[in-house]
Unconditional design. Sequence first.
Length: 256
Amino acid sequence: MKLEGKVALITGAATGIGRASAILFAKEGAKVAIADINEKDALETVQIIANAGGDAIFIHTDLMKISDVEKMIKMTSRRFGKLDIFYHNAGVAGPGRLETTTEEAYDQIMTIHVKAGFFGAKFAAAEIKKAGGGVILFTGSGLGLRPSRQTPAYSVSKAALLMLVRTLAVALAADGIRVNAVCPGPIASTPLWRDVLARNPDIVPDEYEKMNRDVRPIKRLGKPEEMAAAALYLASPDASYITGVALPVDGGGAMS
């Protein structure tokens, strides 16, 4: 059990990659705090973990409020006695093309991805340091590694997140904290994927999905469980000499 005795806090764990990661981390021995604004699905994730014999709690969190970000860290440490792993996975599809991007949509995506990630790491680092070191992890994106004409605001937010990974890796190394990111390609059949298809009205879903499959050497889209496996690796002792890395998990899309 690669995370036995560890405590992990995962944002956006109600559905998709976050849910798959919470379930896998719990299976590998971690106690898991699920921070999300989506109470219904988050409680379902908690129940799935409990039914499998794991230990998880739900913390209602609005990542647009930094007071909530601080609260989720404090509640996790108070409930489980410490914090070893902070995984900022939560994300939104955000606006589409440049000409349709509003200030409100831009502010939302930058706040949820970057600002909440920055302050989440700030508050988490203090607790992880008390525990003797640990891991901070982010969900980046292949679109943070290369530009997207379909959604420039999304690319900008994820690119900023990857620079945050590198700067935190340098800043926190002396405290025994490793900082990395998983960079997924497109994951079908998740709420985020449905929002991706909706953000540009002229997108034809079947054609867009086919394009995303065809551009990859591995000719398919990813699964949440595959992203969770990569997150587990980076959070586990198996990656003890890895920090500051943005790991593409995208079927080779980063090379396209």
